[in-house]
Design a protein around this ligand. Structure first.
Ligand SMILES: Nc1ncnc2c1ncn2[C@@H]1O[C@H](COP(=O)(O)OP(=O)(O)O)[C@@H](O)[C@H]1O
Ligand SMILES: [Mg+2]
Length: 311
């Protein structure tokens, strides 16, 4: 039997008058995945999330969350999902703990359970010291971390984070992403939307890239790299003074090399492992002089740029 899909959409479509924001989207996300829902601003990520949460109605097509229809069975869906919106709203005049307490109350947690969870979560997101401070005084990053705690307090089975890293400094980004992925390890399913591909790709098992309401690419980062760019996961670029004719053949014969391209003194080696030592050895053995060498690992950024350059 196949695993139950946590999220499944079929031809999910949202139109605003004549404008199609989400266009026949077919998406499946399985339990325990950290799914990166990526794409430029305006691609339709937030609209899709809102349809999955039952906060906006699809124009056509279907959405299911653990088999429930968010429009017909909104309470069933709300009970199992957590959602951190792009612009988190907290009560500025309440403290961090009071804000969490309110969420706990809304979700029907007992007083003891709420107190225990709040302390645990405030500690986890690094806000234990600031628990009694008013949220109005919090930085953007602190509010985002409180937002994560706020999502976690109800122990959702699936959590949606809409642009959780936007406006956060690089250090804060790592902190937020590792908090989110730590949670995912507890068998929670996470959907992470972002237009910042380079930041998010490292924490996702699988990504879907949305453009103009269409899912244009979907798969693991590595798989996408291979499929859409051709060649291997790594690309070694080397400059060789007077490359000997035998050199290209020698590099091609290295175990793990997929392809070698050359133009003048530049060679591009495509491979699935970091083969720099072997390549350097081949250059030296051929009697050529290695001027420089660098390696690039394909990331989504390249895939994304390639896709959007072509489309
Ligand atoms: N309530 C709305 N009314 C009209 N157009 C909307 C509305 N919400 C979103 N849109 C449009 O739909 C497109 C997708 O928006 P959105 O889902 O917010 O994209 P993303 O989250 O990927 O940046 C955008 O062009 C946006 O302007
Ligand atoms: Mg958005």
């Amino acid at each position: 039997m196949s695993q139950q899909a946590v999220i499944e959409t079929e031809k999910l479509t949202k139109r605003y008058h004549d404008f199609v924001a989400v266009d026949k989207l077919n998406l499946r996300i399985d339990e325990g995945e950290v799914f990166g829902f990526l794409g430029p601003n305006g691609a339709g990520k937030t609209t899709t999330i809102l349809m999955l949460l039952g906060l906006t109605e699809p124009t056509s097509g279907t959405a299911r969350v653990y088999g429930y229809d968010p429009i017909r069975e909104p309470l069933k869906v709300k009970r199992i999902v957590g959602y951190m919106p792009e612009k988190i709203g907290f009560y500025d005049d309440l403290t961090a703990r009071e804000n969490l307490d309110y969420t706990a109350w809304l979700n029907g947690l007992s007083r003891e359970e709420a107190a225990r969870k709040m302390s645990e979560l405030l500690e986890m997101v690094g806000l234990a010291k600031d628990a009694e401070k008013k949220v109005g005084k919090f930085s953007h990053g602190m509010k985002q971390r409180l937002g994560i705690a706020d999502v976690m307090i109800k122990d959702p089975k699936v959590a949606f984070f809409d642009e959780p890293t936007s406006g956060i400094d690089p250090e804060g980004v790592d902190q937020i992403l590792s908090l989110i992925t730590d949670m995912a390890r507890k068998k929670m399913t996470v959907v992470l939307s972002s237009h910042q591909l380079h930041l998010v790709q490292k924490v996702c098992n699988r990504v879907g890239i949305l453009a103009k309401g269409h899912l244009v690419l979907e798969g693991s980062v590595e798989q996408l790299g291979r499929e859409s760019l051709g060649g291997g996961k790594f690309r070694i670029q080397l400059q060789v003074a007077d490359p000997a004719t035998k050199l290209i053949d020698a590099i091609k014969s290295i175990n793990g090399v997929i392809d070698v391209e050359s133009s003048n003194d530049l060679l591009l080696v495509s491979c699935n492992d970091d083969l720099r030592p072997q390549v350097a050895r081949a250059v030296v053995d051929s009697g050529s002089l290695l001027v420089q060498m660098k390696i690039e690992e394909y990331g989504l950024e390249e895939i994304y740029l390639k896709y959007f350059r072509e489309s």
